[in-house]
Design a binder for this molecule. Structure first.
Ligand code: TEU
Length: 573
């Protein structure tokens, strides 16, 4: 854990190409737009950029449906633009990792187009085709009862060849057949080596535990057939050959380069199982994302049946994933936003006008004190918040929430109570909240696009009061607090990045108090997750508390009461 490498000490900044900066005026972000912001990115104090998919794609799932791994989505630019971005990052000492989406391709990928032409096609076995089952009265049925993450069956009937193909996500995202070694080799060459040769420094690996399906593709253990979506199915995740496939991916391609890989590892609550993916002596992945924090409050039958959560739940999951690498050769990650999540200020604190800035700073203070590689999502650094609650379903674009909204409302016979509950869940958890255009300034459409009809997605109504330009030169802005915290994280990297974590007063539903320790160095972090003043329990550690930073001006740290949404870091010596 104490080994020093660039991907442990570096902070990662995630960029969503569609929503970062439009340089052509077509209303969609693009690669030259990102390049135009490279000095802003450098000034943030981040070290690595993670670029979400920019590959050629019909965009059913915002680029996570790739039709050519070796080409760039034309409205985003060209391969040469990505090469320019790589060199512009490297010339500033910033590394660039791409998104590796290899559980599935787009149904427009040449491989799938060939595969679906006939059962005898050489690429038929590059995807997962199965004959139909037939019910009692001869009714045609899918090969099993699996449900897609995007609602509906995980199987799509193909009239041409009279078989179904599997798609864990959208029907336009057919799953690749990883059982076929020829397919795996093509993936390694086209999706991975093609970009490593151009100098990318690694990958964020999409759905990294879904490639190995359970043999025989058995029915899911759905207890209640009336439940439209089985709980995010553990059935798809962590199949029997997963570790074998990842070892092969390292041996055949990744190990030839100095790369970093961070895996998206959903639905794996067992820490011992997670450790099997990230032990550095058995190289599969360098680290993974765990989703317990961002999954808080999601419904048991479906994400968009929000059930709420308690602060003690959040504290427990933070402690679990901060502590599980202790004494191992593994590494962990720290994040509370990405392109699939609602905004953290809105979800975990308060986005009310009087609290949103202080909330954003408190969350910055908490995240920058976390062990592991820290990930910051575009807009988090300026305290962007969820879309206003008066947006209608028509203002949303994401296939995941729209499909669920339509299926849940239809299944309920248009019950207004169901519609309202799903809409409320989308207002908190919707993936679109992370995909509103980045808010650069107070000019039209938040300075994201010059298109007079606006951007591909509605701009936040608050962009005039939440934007980069208004914060750059304001010493107490969210942006400058993030920059300060990122520099403190580096200054105290042993404590913050590599230190051990210990929670205190964990059942307290108002405050979060934890200690970080490294050798004899110790720091205490205290956060008030309420708008009311709260006393906090000073942990029983011996030594003098010296205030390092608070997100509230004029605090000297001797106060035994925290103000609303106040966070403090103390050094103990
Ligand atoms: O997400 C994988 C995944 O499991 C998602 O269903 C995720 O759990 C859910 O969206 C959280 O609400 C990855 C990408 O991050 C996502 O954007 C893609 O839609 C998905 O894979 C398919 O590639």
């Amino acid at each position: 854990v104490t080994e020093r490498v660039w991907w442990k000490d570096g902070t990662v900044y995630q960029i969503y190409p569609a929503s970062y900066k439009d340089s052509t005026g077509d209303g969609l972000g693009d690669i030259p737009g990102i390049i135009s912001k490279i000095d802003y990115i450098k000034d943030l104090g981040v070290d690595i950029v993670w670029l979400s998919p920019m590959y050629e794609s019909p965009q059913y799932d915002m680029g996570y449906d790739i039709s050519n791994y070796e080409a760039v989505h034309a409205p985003y630019g060209t391969v040469a633009d990505v090469e320019a971005l790589i060199s512009d990052c490297h010339s500033r000492g910033i590394r660039l990792i791409l998104d590796l989406v290899i559980n599935h391709t787009s149904d427009q990928h040449a491989w799938f187009k060939e595969s679906r032409t006939s059962k005898m096609n050489a690429k038929r076995d590059w995807y997962i085709w199965r004959p139909a089952r037939y019910g009692a009265e001869g009714r045609r049925m899918p090969p099993n009862n699996w449900r897609s993450f995007f609602s509906g069956s995980a199987w799509q009937w193909d009239e041409e060849t009279q078989e179904y193909y599997l798609h864990l996500f959208a029907e336009q995202q057919p799953d690749l057949n990883w059982e076929n070694p020829v397919t795996r080799k093509a993936i390694y060459d086209s999706a991975i080596e093609f970009w490593l040769k151009k100098g990318v420094d690694g990958f964020r690996v999409d759905t990294v535990n879904m490639y190995s399906k359970p043999p025989g593709l058995p029915d899911a253990p759905i207890s209640d057939p009336g439940v439209f979506e089985q709980p995010a199915s553990m059935l798809f995740c962590n199949g029997p050959r997963m570790h074998e496939f990842l070892r092969e991916m390292n041996q055949l391609v990744l190990n030839k380069y100095d790369t970093m890989t961070v895996g998206e590892l959903p639905h794996t609550p067992d820490t011992a199982h997670v450790l099997r993916y990230i032990g550095s002596n058995d190289r599969q992945l360098d680290m993974v994302f765990q989703f317990d924090i961002v999954d808080l409050g999601q419904g048991k039958t479906n994400k968009y049946q929000f059930e709420g959560y308690a602060l003690s739940d959040l504290k427990a999951v933070v402690e679990k994933w901060q502590s599980f690498i202790a004494g191992t050769d593994a590494w962990t990650t720290a994040f509370c936003e990405n392109h699939d999540q609602g905004r953290s200020v809105s979800r975990y604190a308060s986005d009310l006008p009087q609290w949103r800035e202080r909330s954003a700073k408190m969350l910055a203070l908490m995240m920058c004190a976390m062990t592991g590689t820290l990930f910051v999502y575009q807009g988090q650094e300026i305290g962007m918040i969820n879309a206003p609650k008066d947006w209608s379903i028509e203002d949303y674009k994401d296939i995941e929430s729209i499909n669920y909204y339509n299926s849940a409302v239809a299944r309920s016979g248009n019950d207004p109570a169901v519609r309202d509950h799903v809409m409320k869940s989308i207002q908190i958890l919707g993936r679109d909240h992370a995909r509103l255009p980045m808010q650069w300034d107070a000019t039209a459409y938040s300075g994201f696009t010059t298109n007079k009809n606006g951007a591909w997605m509605r701009t936040h109504d608050e962009y005039k009061s939440i934007n980069v330009a208004s914060q750059l030169n304001k010493s107490d802005s969210v942006l400058n607090f993030w920059k300060k915290m990122l520099s403190l994280r580096k200054e105290y990297k042993d404590l913050f990045i590599h230190g051990s974590f210990k929670g205190f007063d964990m059942t307290n539903e108002k405050t979060f108090v934890f200690a970080k320790a490294f050798g004899k160095d110790k720091a205490i972090v205290v956060c008030n997750f309420t708008a009311e003043e709260q006393k906090f329990e000073r942990p029983g550690v011996n030594g003098k508390f010296e205030l390092l930073i608070s997100n509230v001006e004029g605090v000297d740290g001797t106060e035994s009461v925290l103000k609303g949404y106040e966070g403090r870091v103390y050094l103990v010596n």
